[in-house]
Design a protein around this ligand. Structure first.
Ligand SMILES: Cc1cc2nc3c(=O)[nH]c(=O)nc-3n(C[C@H](O)[C@H](O)[C@H](O)COP(=O)(O)O)c2cc1C
Length: 214
């Protein structure tokens, strides 16, 4: 994996703020976008099903297409960003479940008993699952990888804005994906921040008021 430009965890995490006005002259190579996606996919996922799918939009044509389903207030971060990575949840990821765990077994990382145990315990859960369950599961997986993408972008020296202000009914076909299989989760605009802008540094509730210990 390539060396990170900003490898200071506290700077990466605590200095992250949503940026919505980017320097539109900045290009991010497809190799680097692919590398960031690869790094973000070290995220955990339910049963390691990795129910995520990435659509990278980095051309004027792609952006015009995306804008058809995006709410108007998100157009600036589409227009000015170097790229948008759209995250779709894959509700059919379990169809390769057997292969995924078979490979883990063949690599000698688990024994046959463990393999059978995993397949007999979890695969039926997914095969019998409702669309709601599969949608929720894929949405959670995508949220995990999305957060990693936001942070890895900063580690690469970029800023980002996660956004889901789009038409959830039309965005999947608008992006050319199979609506029977994929569910919309989130878009992430990436780039270098435009100069001389005021960045809103948002506050958070007092975590103590949100926490209970049992
Ligand atoms: C699921 C989700 C959806 C969001 N949708 C939008 C959006 O449609 N447009 C936008 O400008 N920001 C959107 N945001 C960004 C939030 O407004 C922002 O993360 C929040 O105000 C906290 O600010 P910060 O990111 O600077 O910490 C979204 C964030 C999340 C996690």
């Amino acid at each position: 994996m390539s060396e990170l430009m900003n490898n200071d965890f506290s700077k990466v995490m605590f200095d992250r703020h949503s940026i919505r006005q980017f320097d539109s002259t900045t290009k991010i190579s497809r190799e680097e976008l692919q590398e960031m996606i690869k790094q973000a996919t070290t995220a955990p996922s339910a049963c390691n099903l990795q129910s995520w799918h990435f659509i990278v939009i980095d051309t004027p044509e792609g952006k015009a297409q995306l804008k058809k389903a995006a709410m108007r207030f998100n157009h600036p971060q589409i227009d000015t960003s170097s790229a948008i990575i759209f995250l779709a949840g894959d509700t059919k990821s379990h169809e390769v479940y057997r292969d995924v765990w078979q490979k883990v077994y063949e690599a000698g990382k688990i024994d046959k008993t463990k393999l059978d145990n995993i397949l007999n315990t979890f695969l039926p859960l997914y095969e019998k699952a409702t669309p709601e369950f599969l949608t929720l599961d894929a949405t959670i997986d995508c949220s995990m990888v999305a957060m990693q993408l936001l942070l890895i972008a900063r580690a690469h020296g970029y800023e980002a804005n996660p956004w889901s202000g789009f038409d959830f009914k039309t965005i999947i076909p608008t992006l050319g994906l199979d609506a029977e299989r994929f569910v919309p989760v989130m878009a992430i605009s990436l780039g270098k921040p435009a100069k001389d802008q005021q960045v809103l540094k948002t506050d958070r509730y007092d975590a103590k008021t949100l926490t209970e210990f049992l």
